[in-house]
Design a protein around this ligand. Structure first.
Ligand SMILES: [Zn+2]
Length: 448
């Protein structure tokens, strides 16, 4: 059984050693699916990309591509070497990451940005230029301020205020939570500047996992950070990096989130990727795939949340993520009909998916301020908007995103990426291309 090989589809990838573009085949061996590829200089590579159910072939949904309203750089060497975005890109921006510093107040064992350098932060004028560039490239989008650790900047409230003034309605900060826990006055300032939500690095509910991934005990700090977000009504999304050690903790993390549902809006799992900084030990850690996280949630919750409650994304490529939207009632998570939210169901136009996804994040990941609308103003068909408003107060989302590294990168997935980093020279680069490193941690894009 394990030896039976079935060819599924062909695509393109990169060589993990030289980052040259090479052909790749996706094949099924038993219940696992692998990407297999060969570089003329560096030999052949095989990486698992999908383990178990749901079946990859049933999960993959094609969207009708649409070209973003950006600069559309002319294709020269071809994807992923002409990013900015190039004319071959197939999806609009959903979330723009703006890196406001490379400095960090932790030195984690895993870090896609390999943060912690001493290089100067972009000043406020530079950041204003980035916001303008984003507007020229089809914005406003949802914004995630990232780094480094954005809260090492005392002027982060200014950066948020500036973004709001430029028309970016949803601004989220990607953070380890240290300063959120320790500096309540700062949290208050961020909120009054217009911060909607934090993407809180949260790997588990005990300190073993923090010591392993982050080098120190952090659980109490996370609890305190959430407490301060509660005081100032800032939405929290818990973001666990999932590796072999905490794969069985998915339901415990969700349970913790539900105990704090008045402020925690969802959990967003990220299987560990091998780019930027990761330890040698992590490198040989078993790679975790999206279906394993869905299965873990079902198993560890004793079936109270089912893998079948999750759907492929409407925005990014279907193999990049899953999501489920729920209402928490009577101690149970009830799935909301998949079609009412982000999932397109049938063949979906990519740009429609991106617009829906932006709207969803803005409504569901921010603070829990429910705008009650006059029902008489709603159209007979009940707009998507009004449905979202009604269910907002008890809503909860569970999602995951699998980033791509040099071993498993699929160029077709990169072309459909909607999470774009604003580069230092003001161009939008798909997140995984921006953070892509070769085996020796040399970046494809990120400036060193
Ligand atoms: Zn090579």
């Amino acid at each position: 059984m394990e030896n039976k090989v079935e060819a599924l589809y062909e695509t393109e990838s990169l060589c993990p050693q030289c980052l040259g573009k090479i052909k790749a085949s996706v094949v099924r061996r038993g219940s696992s699916v692998y990407m297999e590829k060969e570089c003329g200089k560096h030999g052949s590579f095989s990486t698992v990309i999908w383990r178990g159910s749901p079946d990859i072939e049933k999960w993959r949904i094609d969207k009708i591509p649409s070209t973003p309203n950006g600069y559309n750089f002319e294709e020269d060497k071809g994807c992923p070497f002409d990013c900015g975005l190039c004319s071959d890109h197939k999806q609009h921006t959903c979330t723009m990451l703006l890196e406001v510093t490379k400095r960090c107040n932790l030195k984690c064992n895993v870090c896609f940005a390999d943060s912690g350098g001493m290089s100067a932060d972009p000043d406020l004028d530079k950041i204003r230029t980035y916001y303008r560039r984003a507007l020229e490239q089809g914005g406003p989008y949802n914004v995630q301020l990232s780094g480094g650790e954005p809260t090492v900047r005392d002027d982060l409230p200014e950066i948020i205020r500036m973004g709001k003034e430029c028309g970016f309605e949803f601004i989220q900060v990607n953070t380890n939570g240290l300063r959120f826990a320790e500096d309540e006055e700062y949290v208050k300032e961020l909120r009054s500047a217009g911060l909607s939500s934090i993407f809180l690095q949260f790997d588990g509910v005990n300190d073993e996992i923090y010591k392993k991934l982050r080098g120190r005990e952090l659980f109490e700090i996370k609890v305190k950070a959430i407490e301060n977000c509660r005081k100032y009504n800032i939405g929290v999304i818990l973001v666990p990096v999932i590796c072999e050690e905490n794969l069985n903790d998915t339901a415990r993390i969700i349970g913790f989130a539900l105990e704090n549902i008045d402020v925690v809006r969802g959990v967003h799992f990220q299987p560990v990727s091998f780019f930027g900084r990761y330890s040698e030990e992590m490198k040989y850690n078993r790679r975790i795939t999206l279906p394993e996280i869905m299965q873990s949630i079902e198993n560890e919750s004793a079936g109270r949340i089912k893998a079948a409650d999750f759907a492929p994304p409407c925005c990014e490529h279907s193999l990049c993520s899953f999501h489920g939207n729920f209402i928490y009632e009577g101690g149970e998570l009830k799935p909301i009909s998949k079609k009412s939210c982000c999932s397109g169901g049938e063949t979906l136009k990519a740009e429609v998916g991106a617009a829906k996804s932006r709207q969803f994040v803005k409504k569901f990941w921010g603070s829990r301020e429910v705008k009650l609308r006059d029902p008489a103003q709603d159209s007979i068909s009940q707009s998507f908007d009004s449905i979202l408003n009604r269910i907002n107060s008890r809503s909860f989302s569970i999602s995951a995103m699998a980033f791509q590294d040099a071993w498993n990168v699929d160029i077709e997935r990169l072309k459909q990426c909607c999470i774009h980093v604003m580069s230092e020279d003001g161009n939008l680069i798909p997140f995984c291309a921006y953070n892509m490193t070769d085996e020796n941690s040399n970046y494809l894009y990120r400036r060193r």
